[in-house]
Design a protein around this ligand. Structure first.
Ligand code: SME
Length: 160
């Protein structure tokens, strides 16, 4: 396993994603432990982009439960359809939220969080969890983040 990452510093966002996705794929392919893989994915995303909060919630019975993450402490359980994460789970669809205060039912784990993107991932055709990325800046995520983070979840799905 590679122990260091190559992250281009002066590259645009898409180029950074292009550089890190194959490295994440190399990091998690061949490792069957989900916790280990989610922890490393969180670390790579945080180190590459400096996101305020990045991590996972996992479907356990009828709730999303906090999984590996990087950043400040967070809410531990989210119900189906609640907040941005619960909506991504219910709809099995990425939620791109430029202003969290304008999202009905947003769950404020931290008042510093201003914008958010949540991408679900599936196992055997059912949502198994979500990747949640928060920023302390408004409108910090766009279609580029959506495209690459969805691609990243497809890479993760291959290990499940
Ligand atoms: N804001 C999320 C809850 C998770 S925290 O941001 C880490 C939501 O509304 O689902």
């Amino acid at each position: 396993m590679a122990e260091s990452l190559y992250i281009p510093t002066d590259a645009d966002k898409a180029s950074k994603y292009e550089a890190i996705l194959p490295q994440i794929e190399a990091l998690i392919t061949g490792e069957s432990d989900l916790t280990a893989n989610l922890a490393n994915i969180s670390a790579v995303l945080r180190e590459s982009f400096g996101f305020f909060w990045v991590g996972f919630y996992l479907v356990k019975d009828d709730q999303l439960v906090l999984g590996p993450f990087q950043g400040p402490i967070a809410c531990t359980r989210i119900n189906l359809g609640k907040g941005v994460c619960g909506t991504a789970w219910k709809e099995d669809k990425t939620q791109l939220v430029p202003d969290v205060d304008a999202f009905p039912g947003h769950i404020a784990c931290s008042s510093a969080s201003k914008s958010e993107i949540v991408v679900p991932f599936s196992k055997n055709g059912k949502v198994a969890g979500v990747l949640d990325v928060d920023s302390d800046q408004l409108a910090d995520f766009d279609e580029i983040d959506q495209e690459y983070l969805e691609r990243l979840m497809q890479i993760l799905e291959k290990t499940l």
